[in-house]
Design a protein around this ligand. Structure first.
Ligand code: PEP
Length: 263
């Protein structure tokens, strides 16, 4: 079942200068061991993508952007398009709750960003998840359903395996409160998301999609999420700024994969 590579993504958000980012990447090289079954991805600021692309060992780390513009080129002052990042990044984080909440990104805009990623050979890491208020009103599944179906509406069955889904309950993300989530509840949401994907694309295609969890994951709780049958990795914010913690998460993922392959 777990033939997919586990994906551990470091979302550095709007932190660190270019020099500090290079230093953190260098420390990650020293502390994180390479494992064939684990893919480690760094999402630095736009400014650091180019220097890091030259500095990192690409067999050990891949790069992601944290955003991008859905149109390939034109008079959009201050924006960076996915077309511009084509050869620089493997992944792009799309529809992160920071983007939805602070920059009012809509599901339709996110749909167009997902399509732009695929058009430009970049795998979108599509973030979905309910806010605290939506959860309190009992709308979690409806919200996640709508985010998923709209964002994927231009993705063909052939392209689906390039899409990664990150389920990030907004209330569990450090920036928005960082409440502890219960892996048992996350398990239910993963099953729900997988069922939605199956409805849209069939079981085989849905089974190939990697499902990540995100929300205050660190080296003390990562095992609880990674051990879930349906969990293919983690999207890590705050803890990714600390290379000891982040290396600890990668180690946990490795140990869980080892124990699975021994079974
Ligand atoms: C995130 O920003 O995607 C995230 C999960 O952040 P944190 O780990 O800090 O909650």
């Amino acid at each position: 079942m777990h033939s997919k590579r586990t994906l551990i993504v470091a979302n550095w958000k709007m932190n660190m200068t270019v020099g500090q980012s290079s230093q953190l990447a260098a420390n990650m090289h020293k502390t994180i061991s390479g494992h064939r079954d684990i893919e480690v991805v760094i999402a630095p600021s736009f400014l650091s993508l180019q220097p890091l692309s030259l500095e990192i060992d690409r067999r050990r780390f891949r790069l992601a952007s944290q955003n991008g513009h859905e149109i390939d080129e034109g008079g959009y002052t201050g924006e960076v398009s996915f077309a511009m990042m084509r050869d620089l990044v493997h992944y792009s984080i799309i529809g992160h709750s920071s983007r939805r909440i602070y920059f009012a990104e809509t599901n339709k805009q996110i749909r167009d960003k997902v399509a732009a990623c695929i058009r430009n050979g970049i795998s979108p890491i599509l973030c979905i998840g309910e806010t605290a208020a939506e959860k309190a009103e009992g709308h979690t599944r409806q919200v996640v359903h709508d985010q998923l179906t709209v964002a994927l509406s231009n993705v063909t069955p052939e392209d689906l395996h390039n899409v990664v889904i990150a389920y990030e309950p907004v209330w569990a993300i450090t920036t928005f409160g960082g409440k502890t989530s219960n892996p048992e509840d996350i398990k239910k949401m993963f099953s729900y998301i997988r069922a939605q994907l199956t409805d849209l694309y069939g079981e085989k295609a849905a089974g190939r999609v990697r499902l990540l969890y995100g929300g205050s994951a660190d080296n003390t709780n990562a095992g609880g999420y990674l051990a879930l049958e349906d969990c293919d990795g983690l999207l890590v914010g705050s803890a990714s700024l600390n290379y000891h913690k982040f290396a600890g998460i990668v180690d946990i993922a490795y140990k869980i994969n080892r124990s699975r392959s021994d079974d």
